[in-house]
Design a protein around this ligand. Structure first.
Ligand SMILES: [Zn+2]
Length: 123
């Protein structure tokens, strides 16, 4: 399995966001620096909700440091939905899904074709 790297501070912040937005989903774009995800750009309010299709209506900022997305699932199901997979295939990059109960173990990383990746937490 290929590996994707994420800074520990960012992972902890994402888990916090997922808990705060529960029972709604939150969504954001991930910025990478030197091969490690380090920063999140959170989707504007109004795009949050139980419907995963929100990504489709969110205009992407042009920013070449954005290499992935993250969103939470208010259920323990960590697998991408059909709408998620459609979005992933359009966007490319890496996609994180944080499932309930929003612990380090409930975070999964996927490639744009839905293949799982190993997530490595970097201090
Ligand atoms: Zn989803």
């Amino acid at each position: 399995m290929e590996t994707v790297k994420i800074r520990r501070e960012l992972l902890e912040y994402l888990l916090e966001l997922a808990r705060e937005f529960y029972p709604n989903e939150f969504a954001g774009f991930l910025r990478e620096r030197e091969g490690i995800f380090e920063e999140v750009l959170i989707a504007p309010a109004g795009h949050f909700g139980r419907n995963s299709a929100f990504f489709n209506t969110w205009m992407l900022p042009y920013d070449e440091t954005i290499k992935g997305t993250v969103h939470s699932h208010p259920s323990p199901n960590p697998w991408p939905s059909q709408a998620d997979l459609e979005f992933f295939s359009k966007f490319g990059g890496i996609h994180l899904i944080i499932a309930y109960p929003f612990t380090e173990e409930s975070v999964r990383a996927y490639k744009n074709d839905g293949t799982r990746l190993r997530l490595e937490v970097v201090d």
